[in-house]
Design a protein around this ligand. Structure first.
Ligand SMILES: Cc1ncc(COP(=O)(O)O)c(C=O)c1O
Length: 393
């Protein structure tokens, strides 16, 4: 089998970013990267804030946040009145968990592809309320149909109060059939939180098309927004029940404003976030998606080849737009959190490449992303140098 052709570069796109050129940034998925024009827009807003904090934090600020939220909700295909801006996906998930008013014996159901910090949040909420959490094992090789069947069989109607599904998973870079899982849970009367942290800007599915009770997604990953910009979309019947983590002055304004207003904070990232969406649109959303997915596929293949992974054993992403791919590491390498972190640091220091490394179910994986600022040569270089680094132990 031949290595897939890398995509044509998007001209000038790398110049939009201020990334250190001496490093290969192959992990857009963790913290994103903010285009310079977006950084500038946020800085101008900060200048305005510092010129007169009293005026900036006056009554007009809530209106400006509402305006930014409407813009972002339209981009996400979400109901602007049912969507709150929040700082990040972790916060959005915590808002949902703490608003559910779980009771002893209630169950929160997740899968073993879920995000670690959200799992910790579930554990704490269960410990606080007497609810229990259960994790469904889903094999990395499961097809969409198999995933739906595993979840269907795992639901306990009347007991399962929340199903949490990650649309595109963090440790395994697998696109889950989120809409089908929501439908299955709905048949059994189980509400669903879709953790779509990676969806905005990467995946074409709209919030409305997923149809979840609760949906949370980060705009600061693939939609080029400043960090600290995420959206929590809530279906109509639940909105009244949603409470912010911190009670502040807008508490009586109802959802979404009472969730958004979190006292004195820096709201400039949210106000500048539409510039990130504009930047993505000006490059061409579909073109960026196709480019990033093709580049990630290329990277997976060349690094996989270098590590001796036969192409058939490279984990499949589950859909065409996925711009994050996994490469299995040799058995025994980076199987624990600490070992994965140590390997990530060594790759960063010795190979000048930023990647994600995670241990999942006893196997270590490298996660590679594709983004408009990446070039095929960056993956080629990693592929040439990684085997020797791993051989050093
Ligand atoms: C699936 C998933 N959920 C939640 C998060 C957390 O995002 P944040 O740190 O912005 O809250 C991530 C981050 O990568 C993620 O991949």
């Amino acid at each position: 089998m031949t290595v897939p052709q890398p995509p044509e570069p998007i001209p000038g796109a790398r110049l939009l970013f201020s990334l250190d050129p001496s490093v290969s940034h192959l992990n857009h998925g963790s913290y994103g990267a903010v285009p310079v024009v977006v950084q500038r827009a946020q800085q101008r807003l900060r200048d305005e804030m510092e010129a007169n904090p009293m005026r900036f934090f006056g009554p007009g600020l809530v209106d400006r946040i509402t305006h930014a939220r409407r813009h972002l909700a339209a981009f996400l295909g979400a109901d602007p009145d049912g969507t709150a801006l929040v700082g990040n996906a972790t916060t959005g998930a915590a808002v949902v968990l703490q608003s559910l008013r779980l009771r002893p014996g209630d169950e929160v159901l997740t899968t073993d592809h879920g995000y670690g910090a959200v799992a910790l949040s579930v554990a704490r909420e269960c410990a606080r309320t007497g609810a229990v959490s259960r994790t469904l094992p889903v094999p990395l090789t499961a097809t969409d149909e198999e995933i739906v069947e595993i979840v269907r069989a795992g639901l306990r109607p009347g007991r399962t109060r929340l199903l949490i599904v990650d649309q595109l998973t963090s440790p395994t870079a697998r696109l889950f059939p989120a809409a089908a899982l929501v439908a299955v849970a709905r048949e059994q009367g189980v509400p669903v939180l879709v953790d779509a942290a990676h969806a905005p800007g990467m995946l074409p599915a709209t919030v409305a098309s997923v149809g979840a009770d609760f949906w949370v997604g980060n705009l600061h990953k693939w939609a080029y927004a400043p960090r600290g910009t995420a959206a929590l979309a809530v279906a109509e019947p639940w909105r009244e029940r949603i409470q912010p983590l911190v009670v502040s002055w807008e508490q009586d304004s109802g959802f979404p404003t009472r969730v958004e207003w979190q006292a004195t904070d820096d709201y400039t990232g949210w106000l500048a976030a539409p510039v990130g969406v504009f930047t993505l649109r000006s490059l061409g959303v579909d073109r960026v998606r196709a480019h990033n997915a093709a580049l990630a596929a290329y990277g997976q293949r060349v690094v996989g080849d270098a590590l001796g992974v036969v192409p058939e054993r490279l984990p499949a992403p589950g859909g065409p737009a996925v711009a994050m791919r996994l490469v299995p590491l040799p058995p025994g390498v980076a199987t624990t959190l600490d070992a994965a972190r140590a390997l990530r640091s060594r790759i960063a220091e010795r190979l000048a490449a930023e990647v994600s490394v995670a241990g999942w179910n006893g196997r270590g994986y490298l996660r590679l992303c594709g983004q408009v600022y990446n070039t095929p040569e960056e993956y080629d270089r990693l592929a040439v140098r990684l085997p020797a680094l791993l051989a050093q132990g």
